[in-house]
Design a protein around this ligand. Structure first.
Ligand code: M6R
Length: 606
C-alpha cells in the first residue's frame, strides 16, 4: 500500500527520489518523506499529505546526500501525520517500510523495556529500534539487519540506510513487492519497476523472503535462510508505460476513454476475429474435464469474477465458486481435486488475493491469474497468466482494467464451453461476434457525455443512491455503486433487483435516486416490475437500458439509451455508463477523482 524507493547515486538524490515517489503515489498519499546520508549523518524531511507538500518543504530545506530512501504512505498504524510519516530513524539507521509488522507491539514493549524511546505510533519504528539495538550490541549493519529480520512477523518490504555508510543500502522483502534497479555506478530500489523507469530498465525482482545488500557496484541477494542466491535481471518495459493525462482533466477520464482501444487489444489477444473463435493459451489443465472453477479477487476485480460466474455457468455449464479473497483465505474452503482456480487483479499485488492464491495452490489447484501487471507477484506465482492489455491504470477507481478483465473472462467462458461441448462452433462464432462489435458500441456511448453530466448534477444532491440489476447486470449494479461511493463519497449500494422487496425498499422515497441497469434481455420484464415498485414509492429512477419507451410503463427521472448488443456482452457495455455517472458526479462534488481519500491503488496489506 505504501511506496518505497532508494537510490545509491553519484550526485544528490533528493530530486530523483521525489520523482520516483511521484510514480508510486498511486500506492498511498497520506504523507511522504525522504532521508539521505549527509557527511555520514542521517537527515530527513517529511510532510503530511500529498507529495507536493514534501516537494515544497525540500525547496526551503534541501537535502544533499548521494544515498537516500523515500516513502509515500497509506496509513495502517497511526494517523497520517508528519510524526508517523516515513522514513523512521534513530541516529544510526533509517527505514522505509511497506506492509505490516504484525508483532510490533511485542517488539516495541521489549525494546522500550530495554531503554529505547519511540517517536511515532507506527509498526515500522519497531524495525528501526530493533536494528539499532543490534548495532549497539556491536554488530555490523549487515549482521544487524540479518538478526533483526529473524524477529519480524508479517508482510514487509524494507529499504534501510545507515549513518556513516555512504555506499550501503539494505533491502528486504516478505509478502510485499520489491525491485532492485541496476544503473552504471548507481543502484536503485523501488516497490515496482515503474518507479525506477526514468533511471534504469534493468530490474531484479526480489523473491519472497529475500534480502539484499546493495552497493553502487551491485547487489548481493540472500534468501530467507541467509544463503546467497542469484536472481535474474530482466529488461523492464515500464519506461514505455509512463503515462500522462493527455487532453483529459483526470486519469480516470482518460482511462474511461481508452476502453474501446484497450478492450480491442485484450480481445485480440484471446480471439481470432476472422474465424470467430477463441484462441486461448494453454492453462495446463484439461478444460473438458474440469467440474468446478474457483474464482477469487477483491473490489472491482471481484465483481468482474462475479460476472464470470454467470457466464461460465451459462455458457460452459460448470459450477463456479466465487468469494472475496479476504474471506476465502480464512475459511478453509474445500477444493476439488485438480480444480482450476482463477485470480483477478489489476495490480497483481493485492495481499488477500495473493494469500488465497497460495492457499489454492497448496491445495492442488491449477492457478490461472488475470492481471494487468505481468511482472507482479500474483503473475509470477501463477501456473498460467492471462494478461489484460489495459496499459497502466493510474486512477484509483478501476475502469479500463475492469472491462479488460471482463474481456478475458468472457473468452475463458467460451473456451471452457467449447472444450466441454456445451456450445458448438456456430454458437462460439456468435459469441465472438458480439464481443468483436463491443469496442465500436463503447466508442459511440462515450462520444456524448452530456446525459451523464446532467444525471451527475442531480446525483450530487443525494445522500444515498441505490443500484439495481438482475443476472449479469447485478454485478454491474454492485460495481456502479462501488465506483460512485469511492470517488464521490455519496453512499451507494447495489442490490439484486429481486432482493429489493426483502428490505432495501424501505429506503425508497423521493430523495433516493435508483439507478436501474436493465438491458432488454430474458430478465427485463422482471426488472421492470421491480422498477415499478420503486416508482410507486416515489423513487427517482435513472434507467440504463436499450428498451424502447413503450416498454417502460413508469415515470423516469432519466433514461440512458443504450445501443442493442448481444445479451452475452451487456455487462461490458453497461459498465461504461456507471463509470461516467460516477466520474461526473465526483467532478461536480469537487472531490479528488484520481486519488480519493483513504484509498490506494494497490492494496498490499490485508
Ligand atoms: O489490483 P486489484 O485489482 O487486485 O485491486 C482490487 C481492488 O482493490 C480494486 O479493484 C478496488 O476495489 C478499486 N479501487 C475499485 O475501483
Amino acid at each position: 500500500m505504501c511506496g518505497i524507493v532508494g537510490i545509491l547515486g553519484k550526485t544528490p538524490v533528493a530530486t530523483n527520489l521525489v520523482d520516483a515517489l511521484r510514480r508510486l503515489e498511486y500506492r498511498g498519499y497520506d504523507s511522504a518523506g525522504i532521508a539521505t546520508v549527509e557527511s555520514g549523518t542521517l537527515v530527513r524531511r517529511r510532510a503530511e499529505g500529498k507529495l507536493r507538500n514534501l516537494e515544497k518543504r525540500l525547496l526551503t530545506e534541501p537535502l544533499e546526500g548521494h544515498t537516500g530512501i523515500g516513502h509515500t504512505r497509506w496509513a495502517t498504524h497511526g494517523r497520517p501525520t508528519e510524526r508517523n510519516a516515513h522514513p523512521h530513524m534513530t541516529a544510526e539507521v533509517s527505514v522505509v517500510h511497506n506492509g505490516i509488522i504484525e508483532n510490533f507491539r511485542e517488539l516495541r514493549a521489549d525494546l522500550e523495556a530495554k531503554g529505547h524511546t519511540f517517536d511515532s505510533d507506527t509498526d515500522t519504528e519497531a524495525v528501526v529500534h530493533l536494528i539499532t539495538h543490534e548495532l549497539h550490541a556491536g554488530k555490523s549493519p549487515v549482521e544487524a539487519v540479518r538478526a533483526a529480520l529473524q524477529h519480524l512477523q508479517g508482510a514487509f518490504a524494507l529499504g534501510i540506510i545507515f549513518a556513516g555508510e555512504d555506499d550501503l543500502m539494505i533491502a528486504a522483502r516478505q509478502g510485499s513487492p520489491l525491485a532492485i534497479g541496476h544503473g552504471t555506478g548507481e543502484m536503485y530500489l523501488g516497490s515496482d519497476a515503474i518507479a525506477l523507469a526514468p533511471f534504469t530498465d534493468v530490474i531484479t525482482y526480489l523473491e519472497e523472503g529475500d534480502w539484499a545488500v546493495m552497493h553502487r557496484s551491485g547487489a548481493e541477494i540472500f534468501d530467507k535462510d541467509g544463503v546467497r542466491v542469484d536472481r535474474p535481471s530482466v529488461k523492464s518495459v515500464a519506461s514505455s508505460l509512463l503515462v500522462d493525462k493527455g487532453n483529459h482533466r483526470h486519469f480516470m477520464a482518460k482511462e474511461i476513454h481508452e476502453q474501446p482501444e484497450v478492450i480491442s487489444h485484450t480481445l485480440a489477444n484471446y480471439m481470432d476475429m476472422v474465424s470467430g473463435s477463441v484462441r486461448f493459451p494453454e492453462l495446463g489443465i484439461d478444460l473438458s474435464k474440469i467440474n468446478r472453477v474457483t474464482i477469487s479477487a477483491c473490489g472491482t476485480a471481484y465483481y468482474a469474477g462475479l460476472v464470470a460466474k454467470y457466464w461460465i455457468e451459462k455458457v460452459a455449464r460448470v459450477p463456479v465458486e466465487i468469494d472475496v479473497a479476504s474471506e476465502m483465505r480464512y475459511r478453509e474452503a474445500p477444493l476439488p481435486a485438480d480444480g482450476l482456480a482463477v485470480f483477478v487483479s489489476q495490480s497483481g499485488e493485492t495481499a488477500d488475493t495473493l494469500a488465497t492464491l497460495r492457499y489454492c495452490k497448496a491445495n492442488g489447484q491449477r492457478i490461472a491469474s488475470i492481471v494487468n501487471v505481468r511482472t507482479s507477484t500474483i503473475a509470477r506465482e501463477s501456473h498460467a497468466v492471462l494478461p489484460t492489455l489495459a496499459g497502466p491504470e493510474i486512477g484509483v477507481a478501476s475502469t479500463k482494467a475492469f472491462t479488460c478483465q471482463l474481456s478475458v473472462l468472457a473468452c475463458l467462458a467460451i473456451a471452457i464451453g467449447r472444450a466441454r461441448g456445451s456450445i458448438n462452433a456456430a454458437q462460439e462464432i456468435e459469441l465472438v461476434k458480439g464481443l468483436t462489435e463491443l469496442p465500436r458500441h463503447i466508442a459511440g456511448l462515450i462520444r456524448n457525455e452530456q446525459p451523464f453530466i446532467a444525471i451527475a448534477q442531480e446525483l450530487s444532491k443525494a445522500r444515498d443512491v441505490l443500484y439495481l440489476g438482475r443476472g449479469t447486470s447485478y454485478p454491474i449494479a454492485l460495481e456502479g455503486a462501488l465506483k460512485l461511493k469511492e470517488i464521490s463519497y455519496i453512499h451507494a449500494e447495489g442490490y439484486a433487483a429481486g432482493e429489493l422487496k426483502h428490505g432495501p425498499i424501505a429506503l425508497i422515497d423521493e430523495n433516493v435516486p435508483v439507478i436501474v441497469v436493465a438491458p432488454e434481455d430474458d430478465l427485463f420484464d422482471k426488472t421492470i416490475s421491480n422498477m415499478q415498485e420503486v416508482a410507486a414509492r416515489g423513487g427517482q429512477i435513472i434507467l440504463i437500458s436499450d428498451a424502447p419507451a413503450e416498454k417502460i410503463s413508469c415515470k423516469l427521472a432519466a433514461h440512458i439509451h443504450m445501443p442493442k448488443v448481444s445479451a452475452f456482452t451487456t455487462p461490458l457495455l453497461y459498465a461504461i455508463p456507471t463509470q461516467l455517472i460516477a466520474y461526473h458526479t465526483a467532478v461536480v462534488m469537487g472531490t479528488d477523482v484520481d486519488q480519493p481519500r483513504n484509498l490506494a491503488k494497490s492494496v498490499t496489506v490485508e
